[in-house]
Design a protein around this ligand. Structure first.
Ligand code: SF4
Length: 172
């Protein structure tokens, strides 16, 4: 961030339930303070921007890396961001999203086994397995894919924890 400029802040939603972003919205009136101090340049809750922009100062990332779209976005945001923060336990550890890793007999089989279970064995419909987005063989926490600079733990993290982290980053 250059002197005198507002922090360029992004938030990204990979494979998660959106609960971490709901906690972000629980900041309530402090969001007005944040809006004065930071420019939200990419976010599912505060921006219409569809393409991850360059020169982002801080990115909060919700969710684990579960499919190729997640993987591409994770690599892109890392290349364009100074500080990447894993927001919540799915991004940090895999957590709920990674439960599908328990499917299947082998470590490389969880995607196929999970899709078969959900769309064929347990389905009362036509049992057609979706092909988009393409699932990775296993769900990965963010740090297994890109370098992560910090973690805000919790499922979801509390609004107070998110605010404390942002206040620290805004003072840099
Ligand atoms: Fe949802 Fe919890 Fe995962 Fe956040 S950490 S995306 S609240 S399951």
């Amino acid at each position: 961030m250059t002197l005198g400029s507002r922090l360029r802040l992004a938030t990204v939603w990979l494979s998660g339930c959106s609960g971490c972003h709901m906690s972000l919205l629980d900041l309530d009136e402090w969001l007005f303070v944040l809006a004065d101090l930071a420019e939200i340049v990419y976010s599912p809750v505060a921006s219409d921007c569809k393409i991850y922009p360059p020169q982002v100062d801080v990115c909060l990332v919700e969710g684990a890396v579960a499919n190729r779209d997640n993987l591409e976005l994770a690599l892109q945001l890392r290349a364009c961001t100074t500080v990447v923060i894993a927001l919540g336990d799915c991004a940090a550890l895999g957590n709920v999203t990674a439960l599908r890793n328990l499917c299947g007999a082998g470590v490389q089989q969880s995607a196929g086994e999970a899709l078969d279970c959900a769309y064929r064995h347990l389905s009362d419909g036509e049992g057609r397995v979706p092909t988009d987005p393409i699932l990775l063989p296993r769900v990965l926490p963010l740090h297994r894919v890109i370098a992560v600079d910090g973690v805000i733990p919790g499922c979801p993290p509390t609004a107070a924890a998110i605010r404390a982290a942002l206040e620290t980053l805004l003072q840099r």
